[in-house]
Design a protein around this ligand. Sequence first.
Ligand code: C6P
Length: 404
Amino acid sequence: MFKVEDIRKDFPILDQKIHGRPLVYLDNAATSQTPQVVIDAIVEYYQNYNANIHRGVHTLSQIATDKYEEARIKIQKHFNANKPYEIIFTSGTTQSINLVASGFASLISEGDEIMISALEHHSNIVPWQMLCEKTGATLQVIPMAVEGNLRMDVFHELLNSKTKLVFCNHVSNALGIVNPIEEIISAAHNVGAAVLIDGAQATPHIKPDVQALDVDFYVASAHKLCGPTGVGMLYGKQEWLEKLPPYQGGGEMIETVTFEKTTYAGLPHKFEAGTPNICGGIAFGVALDYMNAIGFEAIRNYENELLGDATEKLLQIDGLKIYGNTSEKTAVISFNIEGIHPYDIGAILDKLGIAVRTGHHCAQPIMDFYQIPGTVRASFSFYNTKEEVDRLIEGIQKAKLMLC
Ligand code: C6P
């Protein structure tokens, strides 16, 4: 039974005042908050078994190695990957994407086409532009429509035998729209293209099954899933991970090293050079356990209630416009009020104890499409309440009175 009052007790950070008012944290799309059980796992690691992994015969190193590898298996199971070594630990979504983009430099050439969507975060635009500059491949963009959905008709027209890679986010960070990734993956495969899905914004709300999706690569960050910052994952089908060259050279990713020649370790170590974020990886596993114990269906249903309530109340505010209006959304609302800069609304909300994000949300092409400097983005999590929705509405009304 989903009880938000009980869930909130797991998050000590929520119980505080900002500028003398109880904190209303609505910037969950930027980073989620951390439950006590994850904080405890981090403390336990440093208090009891901090040691380097895969290297020592001593007891602490073995405990740390076992816990780290157990976390990999938890992630494997969560995403339903076929093998644990198809999960690569990275520092987060950005590094996961760069790892794949850098690897593909040796697999594509001039004349090939790479396709991204108009809804991407900069971390899923810039690495592909860099790859195109390096290889002479061409970047194609699936355009968006005014409601925020992708123009799937144009996607199907653009797709052709030169398309080698398609990249798309599962959920847009700026608008909260859920993209039709099943259709994208299957159509891309029909022309022989590989697909990478950026799950940074989907994974806090949806439990993806990478085998059912038949996706080639899927990436996510722990810090959006109640885990710590600086750790994330790359899922890759074994056949792709075997084809890609290592991303970085260093310790742990080798089999043998001589001055004449180095041979590389097998998966997953080939992509995990150097000492990883051991504590972060272990805490990532604990965060997934925590969210799975609540259940993703319960999380999504509850967040949908918050989304419906907030959308309805926001639309009653005169001059307020919401960007991204499709039926398939996660609990993210991007909006502006006519004649007011989003930054000014964000600053007043902060004085009222309400945390939202303002600006372009690292998705400047979306802002250019709407010809706006940015938006105010309120993003909800399963620990937010209907009372907090009301605090947001009151705050916006106050900001409007002050600024108009
Ligand atoms: N979006 C937001 O406020 P990292 O920073 O590597 O953990 O995640 C990057 C990233 C990639 N793709 C999408 C869809 C994202 O939303 C993000 C991070 C945050 O929207 C911080 S910019």
